[in-house]
Design a binder for this molecule. Structure first.
Ligand code: NAG
Ligand code: NAG
Ligand code: NAG
Ligand code: FE2
Length: 665
């Protein structure tokens, strides 16, 4: 007679309990299976935070127990609530205690769910056939459930689920409602006309800004060249400009034209050589069809904007050409043009930046790619894989938010369709062009800022803080990989890992070798870089482009979402009084601001970067590495706070304490 003491623990979170019964079976290493015994039939129900203990008598020992099989069943007459199981503990006849962590929801519809003992193990270090089979079965089932689909031709593929209900309880989350009232804009909802004055806009703004100091700063400085420039370094979209060593052939500015805007005695050639000339090129917008709003054709431009970096680190625009093809109908605007001409040119650049910020920097690079990494994990890495455990906390929320975005914001009648220059035709066209231009090096922050020359601009806090955060994540990831992969050969031999990256390459980057994205991993170094990129993109980069959006967009003239008149084809076509008629109509402005306000809410229980569920990384080395990461991030937050206290316009989006662990909004 062998006796096993089995303890089934329900998680302590609210609603974890269920009226159900649960069948439990123990499975030995050689495949011996115990009888199923059923828990929850008596009054010892599965309540939140409770444990059910049972002793199971067997005719003989099972050998080492390697799997626990759970099967949940509804209780007749009671609602069939999902059950959140924390773990199952088994005490063997020899007195050893083994833990089978679960930490997830189990539904009646799931059928048998099998739990494993050890926390993290790769397939090539798996010794028992029964456990290899278990991994394979898990992946087979998940590949049935989580499939790829094409959202639009030429874009990274997405998960084939139309509603969040299909995700099941383990991939869904609830975010508390923002409690923000947008009641006061409802009176503007029907107003299709143009804004009458900046005062009128100011009225809406003061109802909206909720004492946001950055937004108030934006309103006070939006017309200034220095503020226009600084947004390329430390605004909501620091991903566009790069250092310009040679003028692009389609921007025919002459040195003489620009001399008045450069330091005394210097020339454009000299400045380019010193590395103080930067270019913002919105070529990706060329040919993207513009939306029809309130029954009227609206317009897009694909500007080129040249900027000069001064001695004090200030970046100022010195030339703006609104379309890619140079010519007599495509004037090059300069700061000495009339005030309204120059301001209108800058408004067009800000409008282009709005489209690229929302759709390329934010939606494509963080949301859509996050979904690719996540879907590929679900299909190719079993739950015991160390990278499943490391990455899921960063990417799992992308599925729900993206399904919701596709069904609302980006669909017919959504805010892009109704109010933004990139509408139902423009969105896929821009995203397709941006996907073609994605390169792995631009996704890896150290290479990205180096290629764009921002690493040597001391006033680019995005680059400075970003590098620090990247390096902290990288040290943690590289350390963990040393634990789970004892050699480069172990990386090559992890067939699950190789299937994962290949799927990312084919489904996410559409099999384009020009993307530079790896199709396989040869060593730990390559792997550490890729994993760091995934974590950085879904946490830090998302914070940098998301958290800043309301602050920089709330004063609409700083980032007009759409333009109702074509880009000017000559100078002197607009007066100061006419400028407002070039900005979005009243109700389009309001619908964009309402959306941004509703999305801009820091969840009370948000998880900051570097915080993982308690049950992860509990062993010696991973625990130590995580401790080091947390210490480093904390010190960095303090340094950034200190630095910001001396800045007129603080940069806080990459302060680790404010970075959310995942793309949850
Ligand atoms: C603006 O109001 C008009 C008239 O009610 C409506 O047809 C249109 O859809 C509204 N536009 C936006 C962007 O909300
Ligand atoms: C903004 O701040 C002012 C003064 O500090 C205060 O009177 C006002 O109620 C605040 N407004 C909001 C919307 O919080
Ligand atoms: C996104 O930005 C808003 C502010 O614009 C912020 O309230 C929210 O918490 C941010 N979410 C994430 C995931 O960073
Ligand atoms: Fe987002």
């Amino acid at each position: 007679m062998a006796e096993y003491k089995v303890t089934v623990t329900t998680s302590a979170t609210p609603n974890a309990g269920s009226f159900c019964t649960v069948g439990v079976m123990l499975i030995g290493a050689e495949g011996c299976v115990s009888e199923e015994f059923v828990l929850g039939k008596d009054e010892r129900s599965l309540r939140s935070g409770s444990s059910c203990v049972t002793t199971l008598k067997m005719p003989g020992p099972l050998g080492p127990v390697v799997l626990v099989r759970l099967r949940k069943e509804g209780h007749p007459g009671f609602p069939d609530l999902d059950w959140h199981c924390e773990e199952v503990a088994v005490e063997t006849p020899a007195g050893e205690e083994w833990h089978f962590p679960c930490h997830k929801w189990i539904r009646t519809a799931d059928g048998a769910v099998e739990l494993r003992r050890r926390a993290a193990v790769t397939v090539n270090t798996e010794t028992l056939q029964i456990l290899k089979d278990h991994r394979a079965r898990e992946l087979q089932a998940k590949q049935q459930l989580y499939r790829w689909r094409t959202f639009h031709e030429g874009l990274p593929h997405c998960i084939d689920m139309a509603t969040v209900e299909l995700l099941g309880p383990n991939l869904r989350y609830t975010r508390q409602g923002s409690g923000v009232s947008v009641q006061y804009v409802s009176g503007f909802r029907e107003k299709t006309g143009q804004w009458g004055s900046l005062q009128e806009l100011g009225k809406l703004f003061s109802l909206n800004h909720r004492n946001n100091t950055v937004a108030c700063y934006v309103r006070a400085h939006w017309q200034e060249d220095a503020f226009f420039g600084v947004q390329f370094l430390n605004g909501c979209n620091p991903l566009v400009i790069s250092r310009c060593r040679h003028l692009p052939p389609n921007l025919p500015v002459s040195s003489a034209m620009l001399r008045p805007f450069l330091p005394e005695g210097s020339s454009l050639e000299q400045e380019m050589e010193c590395g103080t000339i930067f270019l913002a090129d919105y070529e990706v917008l060329e040919g993207v069809p513009a939306n029809c709003i309130n029954g009227q054709q609206h317009y897009l431009a694909a500007p080129l904007c040249l900027l000069h970096l001064g001695q004090q680190g200030e970046l100022k625009p010195i030339a703006i050409q609104l379309q890619q093809q140079p010519g007599p109908l495509n004037p090059i605007f300069v700061p000495s043009d009339s005030v309204p001409d120059w301001l209108l040119a800058k408004l067009w650049v800000r409008n282009a930046d709005f489209q690229c910020h929302q759709l390329v920097s934010h939606f494509l690079r963080t949301h859509l790619l996050g979904e690719v990494y996540c879907t590929a994990i679900l299909r190719q890495l079993p739950e015991v894989h160390p990278l499943h455990q490391l990455l899921m906390p960063h990417v799992s929320t992308t599925l729900q938010i993206n399904i919701q975005a596709r069904a609302s914001l980006l669909s017919a009648g959504g805010v892009f369709d109704r109010s933004i220059a990139c509408g139902l035709q423009g969105v896929p066209a821009l995203l397709r062009r941006a996907t073609e231009r994605l390169h792995y090096s631009s996704l890896c922050l150290p290479e990205d800022v180096q290629q764009r020359g921002l690493d040597t601009v001391p006033t680019c806090y995005f680059a400075r803080d970003g590098l620090r955060v990247w390096n902290a994540i990288h040290r943690f990831v590289a350390g963990l990989l040393q634990v789970y992969y004892l050699s480069d050969l172990a990386v090559q031999q992890d067939s699950e890992l190789q299937a994962w990256i290949l799927e990312i390459f084919t489904q996410g980057f559409l099999g384009r070798p020009e993307s530079g994205v790896p199709q396989s991993f040869q060593n730990r170094k390559e792997l550490a870089k890729f994993i760091t990129m995934v974590i950085f993109s879904c946490s830090a980069l998302h914070s940098a482009v998301n958290f800043s959006q309301l602050e920089f967009n709330l004063w609409m003239p700083n980032s007009p979402p759409t333009m109702p008149q074509p880009p000017p084809t000559a100078k002197g076509t607009v007066t100061e009084a006419e400028l407002l008629s070039r900005l979005p109509p009243i109700n389009a402005t309001c619908s964009v601001l309402t959306t941004l306000t509703l999305l801009s809410h820091r969840a009370p229980g948000y998880v900051p970067l570097g915080q993982y569920p308690k049950y992860l990384f509990t062993e010696g080395s991973p625990q130590r590495l995580l401790g080091e990461l947390q210490t480093e991030l904390k010190a960095l937050s303090a340094e950034i706070t200190e630095r910001n206290s001396g800045l007129e316009l603080p940069y806080l989006y990459l302060s680790p304490e404010l970075i959310e662990n995942s793309v949850a909004i």
